[in-house]
Design a protein around this ligand. Structure first.
Ligand code: NCD
Length: 304
């Protein structure tokens, strides 16, 4: 029996749960076009304490395509939390009286779990600090399955900011439930958290760490590139020291297999050269659309 009271961490999901979400996402491809009334009368609140384009808008698009309604904020400056010092607990106790589900992004690790503890309505984590971004990982898995027709058996490179990047943390944990080979490619100062490497290895994955982008793109099926998370660096000089170190240009694409794909959660800064966008390997803008159907599936399952 599939139950999804909240979606805070990939650790809340078994592989079977993930497969249900991916299968439901596939069914949502047609519903997304035809629209439905499945969630008519339901209200989704989006509480975004941090900037977002895709995550918030794709959740809103997903809810609207299912016939539901949306309210929320995307600028904490206009809220009592930003302007008056209201606590997260009190914000949640308020919003739960206005909506049926909360989708929240917050700069602090652990914030989504705290919100779920105070909330009487389901909470979906749309990014908690540098910790996790589980719905992004689900849309990433859905994208891989849709584009490569499988996940098991693939070799996947996770590249860029593996220290502060919450999307690669959730994706790494999710891939631990599959039979894949992993390459981790990051500047020395931004290597993947040891706990996640341990989790992948304990699950039996073959994990190698490489130091160059050339090694990351060679002989793999999927290159998952990420942005250096400038806003999470305690000291901007540390950011300046690593920025621009890992970049995909036409040179790197030339080293990739013809049928390999490049994904990126977006936004990108300069880690993928604009010239790469026109190559067949560049699939990150197709990946964006998959966020709509995956989030339709998550909302549908939360309310089922
Ligand atoms: C990511 C995030 O917010 O963690 N963006 C997204 O949700 N697609 C990645 C990023 O900001 O670099």
């Amino acid at each position: 029996m599939f139950e999804l009271p909240n979606l805070i961490s990939i650790h809340d999901l078994s592989r079977q749960d993930i497969e249900v979400i991916l299968d439901t996402s596939a069914k949502m491809e047609l519903v997304a076009v035809e629209r439905s009334k499945e969630l008519s009368g339901k209200i989704m609140a989006t509480l975004f304490f941090e900037p977002s384009t895709r995550t918030r808008l794709s959740f809103e698009s997903a809810m609207l395509r299912l016939g539901g309604s949306v309210l929320g904020f995307a600028d904490i400056g206009v809220t009592s939390a930003g302007g008056k010092g209201e606590t997260l607990a009190d914000t949640i106790r308020t919003v739960e009286r206005y909506a049926d589900v909360i989708v929240m992004r917050h700069p602090l690790d652990g914030s989504a779990r705290v919100a779920a503890e105070f909330s009487k309505i389901p909470v979906i984590n749309a990014g908690s600090g540098a910790e996790e971004h589980p719905t992004q990982a689900l849309l990433d898995l859905y994208s891989i399955r849709k584009m490569m027709r499988r996940i098991d058996g693939l070799t996947i490179s996770l590249c860029g900011d593996l220290k502060y990047g919450r999307t690669v943390h959730s994706l790494g944990m999710a891939l631990s439930k599959y039979d894949v080979k992993i390459k981790l490619a990051a500047p020395e100062a931004l290597r993947m958290k040891p706990a996640i490497i341990d989790e992948m290895k304990k699950s039996g994955l073959d994990v190698v760490e490489v130091d160059t982008i050339e090694e990351a793109v060679r002989d793999v099926d999927v290159v998952y590139m990420t942005r250096i998370q400038k806003e999470r660096f305690p000291d901007i000089r540390e950011y300046d020291a690593v920025k621009g170190e890992f970049r995909i240009t036409l040179h790197e694409v030339g080293m990739m297999r013809n049928d390999a794909i490049i994904l990126h959660p977006l936004p990108r800064v300069d880690e993928i050269d604009a010239e790469v966008d026109a190559t067949p390997q560049a699939r990150y803008f197709d990946q964006v659309y998959n966020g709509v159907v995956t989030r339709m599936a998550i909302l549908s399952l939360i309310f089922s």
